[in-house]
Design a protein around this ligand. Structure first.
Ligand SMILES: C[S@@+](CC[C@H](N)C(=O)[O-])C[C@H]1O[C@@H](n2cnc3c(N)ncnc32)[C@H](O)[C@@H]1O
Length: 248
């Protein structure tokens, strides 16, 4: 299974929860799905009749999205740079991508450039202290006594509603606001372990690289720490930012 397929089987089920609220805020005829991953936003936007351009930094994600969605235009692009003309899109949706981009302010300026006046943008990211579905893995690593240096998070500092609203306004957007979206991620706990460990990703790729007995120790801690969420699901929270480009 490729990393993109493992992402799609596991994490994309979690991220897909915000697709509805995201497209309620930003869906229009020419839509840019930025950081498309395996295409959860693209899929829903195509079903709503939008003409979708999907971009991502990762060729494996793009390959899967292109294969699945032949009616979307799929291109590689790495924020903060986009290979598009000024004002090319009526709406922009980015589900859990802005938190991966090192230059938040630069990315927002670039997104503003490719959005037409009057167009709308919606972006989500995780509220990291309420992200039980993944924090349980960090807790399991700690409980197993395994040294763990979490990767630097370039987005930290820009991830509060107030700061992000300021950044949107500084990039030229208006009517900017950020709303929390809370839900329970109900998942089979053993499957969730497999999906997260196989998908890797910047935070938890280190688990699969441990010796087998260490992996088993982390897994035993995960099983114990995740057990209280088996019935009700993991509580999770995302932020949904939305704004418009001023003009007609
Ligand atoms: C958590 S995934 C979200 C994927 C998809 N939007 C979803 O909701 O399932 C983040 C995606 O952003 C992409 N990404 C990370 N940094 C990026 C960048 N600087 N520019 C474009 N895409 C990026 C990753 O390759 C990955 O596919």
């Amino acid at each position: 299974m490729t990393n993109a397929e493992a992402y799609d089987r596991g994490f994309a089920q979690l991220s897909s929860h915000t697709v509805g609220p995201l497209l309620d805020r930003a869906c229009a005829p020419r839509l840019l799905d930025v950081g498309c991953g395996t295409g959860v936003v693209t899929s829903a936007a195509l079903a709503l009749g939008a003409e979708v351009t999907a971009v991502d930094a990762d060729p494996g994600m793009l390959e899967l999205t292109a294969r699945r969605h032949p009616y979307a235009t799929v291109r590689q692009a790495v924020l903060p740079d986009l290979p598009f003309d000024d004002e090319e899109f009526d709406a922009i949706a980015g589900n859990f991508v802005i938190n991966h981009v090192p230059d938040t302010a630069g990315a927002l300026k670039e997104l503003h450039r490719v959005l037409r006046p009057g167009g709308t943008i919606a972006l989500t990211w995780w509220k990291s202290d309420e992200m039980t579905a993944t924090n349980v893995f960090a807790d399991a690593i700690a409980a197993a006594g395994v040294p763990y240096e979490p990767p630097a998070r370039p987005f930290t500092g820009n991830d509060t509603p107030r700061r992000f609203t300021e950044l949107l306004e500084a990039a030229g957007f208006e009517a900017a606001a950020v709303d929390p979206v809370r839900w329970r991620h109900r998942v089979d706990l053993a499957t969730w372990w497999d999906d997260i460990v196989q998908a890797g990703g910047p935070r938890f790729a280190m688990i699969a690289r441990q010796p087998p007995e260490t992996v088993e120790r982390i897994r035993a801690c995960y099983t114990r720490l995740a057990a209280p969420y088996e019935r009700e699901g993991f509580p999770v929270c995302a932020y949904l930012a939305h704004a418009a480009r001023s003009g007609r």
